[in-house]
Structures are given as structure tokens and as C-alpha cells.
Design a protein around this ligand. Structure first.
Ligand SMILES: [Zn+2]
Length: 153
């Protein structure tokens, strides 16, 4: 799944559950659950197998997605200001919600091929439910909409 829906859900969890000891682990766990929602994202695993690294197009999609994810997390955290403690919890939960993917970054972008990273990648890939770009974007837009709806209610 793209990082933006992950962050939207992670930040929503921490907004609703201000206790960081509960919300941060939950945000982390939500990552694995969301991978079960049929989705589309750049196929960087097969691209890396084929070309040694992700394609330029995928890197651009990832850069845009990560930027939007950062803005999304910050905007959601901003809603609870001036409660700085709660805002920090939301930012950390946002980070925790994408941590499983961040761990993979050195594999794709620094060509780091340790056993841990390979095993982690296999584990994460086993959770992915892929679909076509059309449905795959729609489910992720709905995931973001669900997070916003939850935040507003
Ligand atoms: Zn992931």
C-alpha cells in the first residue's frame, strides 16, 4: 500500500487514542492489516529483480506519495495543537505506521542486501493483496476517506 493511506490511518488512531503506549503500537500494527486491503503500488520488488533498482517512474511516485504522507501526518497532528504532547504522539504514530516500509528503503535505494532485509521483504510481500491500478487507487482513496471520516466524528 502507498504511504499516504498508512499515515492517514496511523495519525487517526493516535488522534482518537492519545495514550502513546497504546496508539503507537496500534499504528505500527495497522500497517500489516492495511496490506490486506487490495491495493496497487509501484512494483519495486520485481523492478529491482529485473533492473537492480526501482524504475525512475516508481521513484517519482514514491517521492510524491512520501511528500503527501508527510503533509497528511503534519496536518492531522496540527489539529490537536496547542496540545504539543498529543501532536508529537500523532507524528510518532504516523512514523510507526510506515516503519515496516521504511525498513526496506536501504534494500531498494542503497542496494543493501542483508539476510534480515531479504527475510523482511519476503514477510511483507506475503501480506500484500495486489489489484489493478484503478481498483488499487480507489481502495486507497477510500481508506484515506475512512480515516478523515473517523477524524471528523
Ligand atoms: Zn508496507
Amino acid at each position: 500500500m502507498l504511504e499516504t493511506p498508512h499515515v492517514a490511518i496511523g495519525a487517526a488512531i493516535a488522534t482518537k487514542i492519545p495514550n502513546p503506549f497504546i496508539s503507537i503500537p496500534l499504528a505500527f500494527a495497522s500497517h500489516f492489516l492495511l496490506e490486506g486491503v487490495p491495493h496497487w503500488n509501484p512494483h519495486i520488488v520485481s523492478e529491482t529483480k529485473k533492473y537492480g533498482m526501482p524504475t525512475k517512474k516508481s521513484i517519482i511516485i514514491i517521492a510524491i506519495d512520501v511528500s503527501i504522507a508527510l503533509i497528511t501526518g503534519s496536518l492531522i497532528a496540527w489539529q490537536v495543537m496547542p496540545n504539543t504532547g498529543h501532536a508529537i504522539t500523532i507524528m510518532v504514530a504516523s512514523f510507526a505506521s510506515v516503519l515496516p516500509d521504511l525498513i526496506e528503503a536501504p534494500y531498494f535505494f542503497l542496494k543493501m542486501r542483508t539476510k534480515f532485509l531479504k527475510d523482511w521483504l519476503t514477510f511483507q510481500k506475503s501480506l500484500q493483496v495486489d489489484t489493478t491500478p484503478f481498483w488499487g487507487f480507489l481502495t486507497q482513496a477510500l481508506t484515506i476517506a475512512a480515516a478523515i471520516f473517523w477524524l471528523k466524528n
